[in-house]
Design a binder for this molecule. Structure first.
Ligand code: AHR
Length: 311
């Protein structure tokens, strides 16, 4: 019997369907909602699938439990967007012993034995971080600010998630490389708007002279914008804001001049994972690591690009 309350007869009728268990991170951001929607609209009966979806509410132990449930239900494939990078060896070994291929999507796992998963598809988080700082370097040059010292704060994502680890690494290396850039503080805002706002409020209290905010996702930037407005400053003008994901609302904020730049992180992984599964079904080899090509958007192109955005 599958999760979702179906009885054995119903499950029997679905014998031809490929059963996919998706251990999702949670519902912390607009990006995540788009990612869930991408899986739910791809893995449907008309396409030959039955999806068992689990929302881990940003907790690794919930994901481990979900993966064990999927193993018990003997699904055909397990897909995981891991909350954090480490701590997966035991449960992935259990999936391997059960003969169930595991596909990673979005975030990465840091495992000693990479035969524990079949393939990974997602964004290059390190490059995203580097692209964000490159945008800032270009911006200060273009606007005659290159000789000015810039005070920077960093709102980080969930600590230990590969989206945080990669972006933070790229951003910090870029800050270090420019003697005019000074990092005042960094703290996690857990990839949520509410926490982003709360942390930004405390940054603004501690540091009255912030010039730049890096927010490791758009939703934390939305929270930071509210905090900046509340102290009577203009986001995007008094304080430069660079964020990540490039969701619809970030485009609206760029058009309004409140976010200066958003580095794309593409969440539409449902069809990409389906393609991997179809290849495996046909007995074909799949590339182990598959990076998605991503772009950088800012106030100069947001209006023109927005109508073409899918999420
Ligand atoms: O792993 C991708 C990140 O997770 C996105 O940047 C963020 O919005 C989400 O919560």
């Amino acid at each position: 019997v599958f999760a979702g309350g179906q009885d054995e007869a119903a499950a029997g009728a679905e014998d031809d369907l490929i059963v996919v268990g998706y251990a999702q991170v949670g519902a912390e951001s607009d990006w995540r909602t788009a990612n869930t929607e991408s899986f739910k609209s791809t893995f449907v009966e008309e396409n030959g699938y039955r999806l068992i979806f689990d929302d881990a509410q940003q907790k690794q132990q919930n994901q481990i439990k979900a993966i064990r449930n999927f193993i018990q239900q003997d699904v055909d494939y397990i897909v995981v967007a891991p909350v954090v990078e480490t701590g997966w060896e035991t449960v992935l070994s259990e999936a391997k012993a059960a003969g169930i291929p595991v596909i990673l999507s979005d975030r990465m796992m840091d495992v000693s034995d990479d035969s524990l998963y079949t393939a990974w598809v997602g964004g290059n988080f390190l490059k995203e971080g580097q692209d964000g700082v490159k945008w800032l370097n270009d911006y200060v040059k273009k606007n005659g600010l290159a000789s000015q010292e810039l005070n920077i704060v960093l709102l980080q994502g969930t600590i230990g998630s590969s989206a945080q680890v990669g972006r933070t690494q790229g951003i910090l290396a870029g800050i270090d490389a420019n003697p005019k850039f000074k990092l005042l503080a960094k703290q996690t805002g857990e990839f949520t708007q509410a926490k982003g706002q709360e942390v930004m409020e405390s940054f603004l209290k501690a540091y009255p002279d912030i010039d730049v905010v890096f927010a490791e996702n758009d939703n934390m930037a939305f929270g930071a914008i509210d905090a900046i407005k509340a102290v009577g400053k203009q986001p995007g003008k008094d304080i430069i804001i660079i964020s990540f994901d490039a969701v619809h609302e970030a485009f609206n904020r760029m058009i309004a001049g409140e976010i200066n730049c958003s580095v794309e992180c593409n969440p539409l992984h449902g069809p990409r994972v389906a393609e991997i599964i179809q290849k495996l079904e046909r007995g074909e080899k799949v590339d182990k690591i598959q990076y998605v090509v991503e772009e950088v958007f800012d106030t100069s192109n947001a209006k023109e690009i927005l109508p073409t955005r899918m999420y």
